[in-house]
Design a protein around this ligand. Structure first.
Ligand code: ZN
Length: 198
């Protein structure tokens, strides 16, 4: 159904592009926003614009940050000899919540997925290999527990082991098909501390 006001149709169309938002939810959100006063709408719109204007990727680990280096890479008290490789920046938050990990990170930006046409060159694998030339002594692979995560970890472990760097994977406390993002802190902390050497 199309509304008689174009602005309404366009807003509903835009909201329905968001993950987990169907057309009905989009309509509900848009009608909710219609009740906002102008100031509230502006601050919402500005916060969305700032995502593109102010947010950037850490030049070392590709975490989301608002300066060149993210707070974790810039923190001297973190152990810069251990790199935990994750798929997305959300996973960093999940691991940080455990308070069990004190190394630094590398965000791949996805996983290998031949069916979706995503190969090694589409991920930040080259950047990871470059980082391994320095002081790094251990790499922890913390991919999500699904077929693509598995394939990506196997692919990476071959490279990393050939560089003579200790490589481990987080333990299988994570249920198969489970995303790190939705794994509770206790399970994730255990998966980290019981990581397996490969
Ligand atoms: Zn960083």
């Amino acid at each position: 159904m199309q509304y008689t006001a174009d602005a309404l149709n366009i807003a509903i169309e835009e909201f329905s592009k968001l993950p987990g938002i169907g057309r009905k939810s989009a309509q509900r959100l848009v009608f909710f926003l219609l009740k906002y006063d102008k100031e509230e709408i502006h601050s919402l719109a500005e916060s969305i614009l700032a995502l593109k204007d102010k947010i950037q990727y850490c030049e070392t680990c590709f975490n989301i940050t608002d300066s060149n280096l993210c707070a974790i890479c810039a923190n001297e008290s973190r152990d810069h000899k251990i790199i935990c490789v994750v798929e997305e920046a959300n996973d960093v938050l999940a691991i940080e919540r455990t308070n069990e990990y004190h190394g630094i990170y590398h965000i791949l930006g996805g996983v290998l997925s031949p069916l979706d046409g995503i190969g090694p060159d589409d991920l930040r694998i080259r950047e990871l290999i470059q980082r391994l030339g320095g002081q790094v002594e251990e790499v922890i692979l913390a991919m999500n527990a699904n077929a693509e995560g598995e394939a990506t970890a196997v692919y990476l472990s071959k490279f990393i082991k050939s560089l003579d760097i200790k490589t481990s994977r987080i333990a299988r406390g994570i249920p198969m098909g489970g995303d790190l993002e939705y794994t509770d802190e206790v399970t994730l902390a255990r998966a980290l501390s019981e990581r397996v050497w490969i």
